[in-house]
Design a protein. Structure first.
Lengths: 394, 519, 532
């Protein structure tokens, strides 16, 4: 039996095709419609409302709260202002990524950490000898993501004071009569917000947003739509694009931040943090892998299909498997997720490449299967993100 | 004044490290929290004029340490017997396990002719097994992933020695090492008193009973370096229980090392993953690029070092080290009136005559309780060193197992300590007539007291219980058996590192070598 | 055919699963093979018997997971009747009236653990990975003939080298973890991972099953690992029931052996092995028949193999002494119940759906580590545990054919019941033991007593009497470090051979031993075939 999110009473009747999925032990919608087209379109044209409650959430309080997070994550938490949100990975001592998520400073002595996987034990292990309290609030705090060009308008119409809320900042405000925390964050690479609310009041927030949002074309959206958007935005996903070093079965399954395009999050001159020395060394000698965008050449893709008497076909949801990537006939990496971008009209993929091959513009080939046969379609390295509208930060 | 090396702790290990590094020209400072040097070998004054060391075991002075320190003047005395068992009864007879195997066999014959006939070969074999450990104890413990030619070569030496035992002995060595000592003695001997003597020797400073696997290893561990014929007692030093420490301190000073007592370390300071020195409890900081700590691993790595410099997996492993102090001591000042003291206390004497009692005593400790009938061993240091008590008087130390450091739903306090003392006194009185009447002073050291007096976490003299999972390359924690700790310049040189307790300067010597090799 | 002319290529003494596996492999290789079983049923400790009309019991061994997959494939056992039905859960009733459950679904298990300890819920994920790795690390060792480190023979040196390479290839971290599992107590090992005591107790119970060890006894962590090996080639929890009871596993192996041409006789107990000079040439049956073969293979335990089937004076003193000191120490008993209905475990609070799911799994009476340890303490001093550890399953919930409609069979594995109980076992003591079990169970399922239609109580003494297993030890000897690998059963004779030509061992008393694994039988057969 899977757990239900705080919004289940509202989302369940909307899942028309019973397209449910499992996310961190919860039952959530892959899509509400039988296919994600309309939901994806809302992300880029109006606003999509996601139930992201299965995210793990931890409240960290006490004298050493900042110190604990700072010794854990790669970014400088000591410099995190009240109301600021940091997106950051955290590593083991060998500089391999354990998980990624956000650190939010809710007030002077309170932080919230969100993550994909459970991290309670890891937090406790890191907190040895510190004066700090770690409380898991995953089940008591519901989370919604409102993403899309009209998300700010809807929130404001719903009473939330977010007019001046900057990118990666948060505020304590109200939606309708319900106190919420709103952060300007998301997983779509668009203008968007995440809303954090106490579980019992979750439904009220959902209702208000849906009521107010109706005029602005708000659409409840599921993971399929999110998956397309996050690939366009070049955002990685744990267990799809990389594995937690805590769960990797072999060394080759582990990645450093540099190897998954998160080098920008590594502040190796701040105070001590897990993996600092390993990451310094890696920075100096260079990483063995890098993580890039791939654009699969459509004419090449089409030709391979035509050769078999077929029109090219791509499913309307993103794939999450592994496709070998070649250069000059030799395998130089593998793609881990990919999608047709309805927005950009391109076939996009995210890929791990051995280092010398990651320069944008490099010509490669990606394996595709056409009618049971392996083929190689032309592909080009593309700088991430693929899609980056100015409204995201404006 | 600046130093190259700060050594924490002036026990046998710390002083050995200091002396060896000073001899090589390093500027060395030893800081010791107590007012005297000697660590746990120093005698504790528990009543005016009465002083007692808590251990009867002088420890093994290995050839490597002797040679490296250039020790010449230490006068060692060989024990005449391993131990004895007070059998109680009207004639208060003792089973004396003399170090002369034939004499021991004669004594055993009164209990069992069969056992007597088996004794000499048994002792000889155990001595041979212990000598394999002796070789291992002078080496950095080799690990599975070692690639160092030196380590492999020395390991090959040990392997040769092991094979040199011959096929039968080698197989037997590998077979008995992980065995419960109970199985070993049951397979070998039929007399319960004899079995209990060996079993009790195998329980030194661990929180296990004789039916626990690995206790045979503990027996062999404390036999390393014992003279032939001994299953337990090792040579002791004529000049006093802390003669080794005093002598080595002299060597260290002679080569310019400074030894500061009454100087407790509050923190080992670190800058960018490198040791920068130590901070004392008075707030003063001493800079040094190398710090060798002979404090136990938990104290060193969890209390003295800020854990932000360490891998959380590593600190978890350190916090999982089983210390499990469960030995208490009752110290007696005994007047000259005691009859027969010379005979009674000629050798350490066990009051437990059957191994089931040992097992039951250990059972209580599993549940965080003091044994109803603890195993008590008596040792009379004034037989060796009359200067520890006023003329004619004696000091008798009772080792008491098991009195666990961590009590379930309770704390050690004066009442509990006092109750333990009375219990032990009564126990002795029941076996040794006239003892109680001649006692003039008594004091008790619970594991809490041992912790506060000697700075040993959980009162564990072992700095890490000697169980099979905490020895060799597993000591102090797996993958860190090379003395160097994950903070650059920090080394562990105490009993918490290989080869562990009971080896004089053994870890200190290997830690010093690691310092010299590293610089 | 007159008795005197009976000739075979190989005779297997004992129709337990190892004997049958060895027979099947030998027959498959073309040997004319005969299996001789003393009882009327095949299987040794893996038998199904109808102890009460309409109620079928897996009398001794009751669940399976360790059976080597290569044996299943080599002998095509599914074609001969092997069919394992999954066990869904383990539920531990707690002293506070609540319960702790482990379910087949990892998410559900995690949530359940989370209810009791968030840190444990997380630790369980990594612990599961680790055990998987450890089982992988041990797997090659299970499949190799143990080399003798004291030997200088090329084969042994090669074996040692291979072993050394294997350990190095694990890397230091995994090697150290394996070393810890070999040396630690299961409770100490689990203390490093978990904080919720009933969880530790329930997991550590795997470390005491079949041994005379408590959860705090060093060495029990290895037994814990031994019980994890079954998970390697299967799903998350690969423990299951054989359809028709564990006897059907034995029958499937027997059928496979027959299909390869082996002959199997029941009620054909071997009196002794015929030895000419230093060579075994055949066996004499209890009825006086003599049967000859150049290969005589004993699947009985080492004590029977070396001191009952042959005259020990024919053997070197070292071997006889080694067998004498080899530890059996049967420590477990079994209570099999025919029930009129389903027990009501009060910890499930009458929740019907939960109850039905839970009853398809196991119940573990292991409310705390101290509970188990005290149960062990009773046994150490010669008493059966007043409050024993129990592993309870109701096979008829999954395999309805085991009992008449609406009725059930319950299998209760009990520890500790020491073989060497003070003053020995007798009827009154067996009765008292059975009562202690029912009384303890009544604390958690008060209606149990009113449901009992028939009760079978088996002490280690009974297990020995019925199956022949010395001291009633279900592993044919303790799985203690000094009795494993090249030391099992005794040094120098750990490679299935004996000092007598033509006389071989293939029981669980040889490497790797214990559980319905079949590895000893397979390795022995391979070794025999290599030598002949």
């Amino acid at each position: 039996m899977l757990a239900e999110t705080p919004f289940h009473a509202r989302t369940a009747p909307l899942v028309r095709a019973q397209t449910w999925r499992r996310w961190a032990g919860h039952q959530v919608a892959s899509a509400y419609d039988p296919h994600p087209d309309r939901e994806y379109a809302a992300i880029r044209s109006s606003a999509a409302l996601f139930d992201v409650s299965p995210l793990k959430k931890y409240l960290i309080t006490g004298r050493d709260a900042a110190r604990l997070l700072d010794r854990m994550v790669t970014r400088d938490v000591m410099k995190c202002a009240v109301g600021q949100v940091l997106y950051t990975p955290w590593c083991d001592i060998h500089g391999k990524v354990v998980d990624d998520g956000t650190v939010s400073r809710l007030d002077d002595g309170t932080f919230r950490l969100t993550s994909a996987e459970p991290n309670y034990r890891w937090l406790e292990m890191n907190a040895r000898g510190m004066s700090v309290t770690i409380e898991e609030v995953s089940d008591t705090v519901g989370a919604l993501a409102l993403q899309g060009p009209l998300s700010r308008t809807i929130l404001q119409q719903a009473g939330a004071d977010v007019a001046n809320l900057k990118y990666f900042r948060l505020t304590h405000t109200k939606i309708g009569q319900t106190p919420v925390t709103v952060s300007r964050t998301g997983y779509t690479g668009d203008l968007g917000f995440e809303i954090w609310v106490d579980r019992p009041r979750g439904v009220a927030v959902w209702d208000t947003l849906m009521d107010v949002g109706a005029r602005y074309g708000i659409v409840p959206a599921g993971i399929w739509a999110l998956d397309i958007a996050r690939i366009e935005a070049g955002l990685i996903m744990l267990d799809v694009d990389y594995f937690s070093s805590h769960h990797a079965l072999i060394e080759d399954q582990k990645s450093s931040p540099y190897e998954i395009n998160l080098g920008w999050t590594v502040n190796d001159t701040k105070g001590p943090f897990n993996g600092q020395r390993a990451l310094r060394a890696e920075k100096q000698r260079g990483s063995a892998w890098n993580f890039v965008g791939l654009e699969v050449d459509w004419p090449s893709f089409e030709t391979l299909h035509l050769a078999r008497g077929l029109a090219p076909r791509i499913p309307n949801i993103a794939w999450r498997s592994s496709a070998p990537v070649y250069k000059g006939g030799k395998q130089v990496g593998y793609a881990t997720s990919g999608t047709w971008s309805p927005m950009l009209k391109r076939y996009l993929a995210l890929a791990h490449l051995q280092t010398p091959n990651g320069t944008p513009g490099t010509d490669l080939e990606m394996e595709i299967t056409v009618e049971h046969r392996r083929n190689r379609a032309k592909a080009t390295v593309h700088k991430l993100p693929f899609f980056d509208p100015p409204r995201k930060r404006a | 004044m600046t130093y190259d090396v700060v050594v924490i702790g002036a026990g046998p290990n710390g002083l050995t490290t200091a002396a060896l590094l000073a001899k090589k020209g390093r500027r060395v400072l030893v800081v010791e929290r107590a007012d005297e040097i000697g660590g746990h070998t120093r005698a504790v004054e528990f009543a005016s004029g009465f002083r007692a060391p808590i251990t009867d075991d002088a420890g093994w002075l290995s050839p490597s340490v002797t040679k490296a320190l250039g020790l010449r003047d230490l006068k060692a005395v060989a024990p005449s017997a391993s131990m004895s068992v007070a059998q109680g009864g009207a004639d208060s007879d003792f089973l004396v396990l003399s170090t002369n195997p034939r004499t021991a066999a004669d004594n055993i014959r009164k209990l069992s002719a069969r056992d007597a006939s088996r004794w000499p070969a048994f002792v000889e074999r155990m001595n041979r097994f212990a000598s394999v450990l002796a070789d291992l104890y002078q080496l950095v413990p080799p690990d599975i992933d070692t690639t160092s030619i030196g380590e492999l070569a020395s390991l090959a030496g040990v392997a040769r020695k092991l094979r040199g035992l011959g096929r039968d002995d080698m197989t037997e060595f590998l077979r008995v090492m992980p065995m419960p000592v109970q199985d070993l003695v049951d397979d070998m001997f039929e007399n319960e008193t004899l079995r209990s003597a060996l079993a009790s020797a195998a329980l030194r400073d661990i929180r296990q009973g004789p039916r626990s696997a690995g206790t045979t290893f503990n027996l062999l561990h404390y036999m390393v370096g014992a003279p032939r014929g001994s299953v337990r007692a090792r040579n002791w030093f004529a000049d006093g229980p802390d003669a080794f420490a005093t002598t080595v301190a002299g060597i260290a000073r002679q080569h310019g090392a400074e030894i500061r007592t009454g100087a407790a370390v509050d923190a080992i300071t670190v800058a960018d993953y490198r040791v920068s020195g130590v901070r004392l409890s008075d707030g003063s900081e001493i800079a040094a690029s190398v710090v060798v700590s002979t404090a136990d691993p938990k104290r060193t790595l969890l209390d003295l070092v800020d854990t932000v410099w360490l891998d959380p997996e590593f600190t978890l492993a350190v916090s999982n080290i089983k210390l499990r102090g469960a030995t208490a001591y009752v110290l007696f000042g005994v007047s000259s009136q005691m009859e027969d003291a010379e005979r009674t206390f000629a050798t350490p004497v066990s009051l437990t005559t059957d191994s089931v009692s040992l097992e039951k005593a250990a059972d209580a400790a599993k549940y965080g309780e003091v044994s109803n009938e603890p195993h008590v061993e008596l040792f009379c240091p004034t037989m060796r060193w009359p200067q520890l008590a006023p003329a004619g008087s004696h000091v008798v130390v009772a080792r008491v197992q098991f009195a666990p450091y961590a009590l379930k739903n309770a704390e050690w306090n004066d009442d509990r300590a006092c109750a333990l003392m009375n219990q032990v006194s009564a126990r002795i009185a029941a076996v040794i007539p006239g003892f109680e009447e001649s006692v003039v002073h008594r004091a008790v050291l619970t594991p809490r007291d041992v912790e506060s007096k000697f700075g040993l976490t959980e009162g564990a003299v072992t700095q890490g219980e000697l169980t099979l999972d905490q020895i060799l390359f597993m000591r102090p924690v797996p993958s860190w058996g090379h003395y160097r700790m994950p903070v650059d310049g920090l080394l562990l040189g105490g009993a918490g590192a290989h080869p562990g307790p009971g080896v004089l300067g053994g870890a200190g010597y290997l830690a010093a070598r690691a310092v010299l090799r590293g610089s | 055919m007159s008795p005197a002319t009976q000739r075979y290529d190989a005779i297997i003494i004992g129709g337990g699963h190892n004997g049958l596996v060895a027979a099947a492999y030998l027959a498959k290789a073309g040997k004319k093979t005969l299996v001789l079983e003393r009882r009327h049923v095949l299987g040794g400790a893996a038998v199904t018997e109808e102890m009460h009309p309409g109620f079928k019991f897996s009398v001794f061994s009751y669940v399976v997971s360790l059976l080597r997959p290569e044996i299943i494939r080599d002998l095509d056992l599914p074609a001969h009747g092997l069919q394992i039905l999954p066990l869904e859960s383990t539920v531990t009733p707690l002293d506070n009236g609540d319960y702790l459950a482990g379910w087949a679904d990892p998410d559900e298990t995690r949530r359940e653990y989370y209810r009791h300890s968030p840190a444990d819920a997380e630790a369980a994920i990594r612990f599961g990975h680790l055990m998987h790795h450890m089982a992988m690390a041990v797997k090659p060792i299970l499949g190799m003939v143990p080399p003798d480190p004291a030997s200088l023979s090329p084969a042994d040196l090669k074996g040692l080298l291979k072993l050394g390479k294997h350990f190095r290839s694990l890397g230091a971290d995994k090697f150290h973890e394996l070393y810890k599992l070999m040396t630690m107590s299961s409770a100490d090992y689990l203390d490093e991972w978990y904080e919720f005591d009933p969880l530790k107790a329930t997991k550590s119970a795997s470390g005491i099953i079949g041994t005379f060890l408590g959860p705090r006894s060093p060495g029990s962590a290895y037994v814990l690992l031994h019980h994890y090996m079954g998970e390697i080639d299967g799903a998350f929890r690969a423990w299951g029931f054989q359809k028709g009871g564990t006897g059907a596993i034995s029958n499937s192996i027997a059928n496979a052996a027959r299909a390869f041409g082996a002959e199997i006789r029941t009620e054909a107990g071997v009196e002794h092995v015929i030895v000419r000079g230093e060579t075994a040439t055949g066996v004499v049956l209890a009825n006086g028949d003599e049967i000859y073969a150049p290969l005589v293979v004993s699947s009985l335990d080492p004590r029977l193999t070396f001191t009952r089937l042959i005259n020990p004076t024919l053997l070197p003193d070292d071997l006889v002494e080694g067998v004498r000191r080899y530890k059996f120490r049967g420590s477990s008993g079994k209570v099999n119940l025919a029930l009129d209905g389903l027990p009501d475990f009060t910890c499930l609070k009458g929740d019907r759906e939960l109850t039905l799911r839970a009853l398809r799994g196991a119940f573990s009476i292991s409310p705390s580590v101290e509970y188990l340890e005290r149960a062990y303490d009773d046994a150490k001093y010669g008493q059966f545990s007043r409050h024993p550890y129990m592993d309870i399953v109701i096979p008829s919930m999954i395999d309805p054919g085991m009992a008449p409609p609406g009725k059930h069979v319950m299998s209760i594995f009990v520890q500790y019941a020491p073989h060497n109980v003070t003053d020995g076992w007798n009827d009154a003591k067996r009765e008292a033991f059975g009562n202690a079990v029912i009384k303890t169970l009544s604390r958690y399922a008060p209606n149990i007593e009113s449901l009992i239609l028939h009760k079978q109580v088996l002490t280690p003494h009974d297990i020995e009497r019925i199956t022949g297993l010395s001291e009633g030890n279900i592993f044919q000897g303790e799985l203690a470090l000094h009795q494993l690998f090249f030391l099992r059963p005794v040094p120098e004779w750990a490679k299935y051979r004996t000092p007598l030509h033509g006389y071989w061992q293939c029981g669980a008393g040889t490497h790797p031993g214990g559980g319905i694994m079949g590895a000893s039988g397979r390795l022995a057969a391979q070794e025999i075939l290599r030598a002949s």
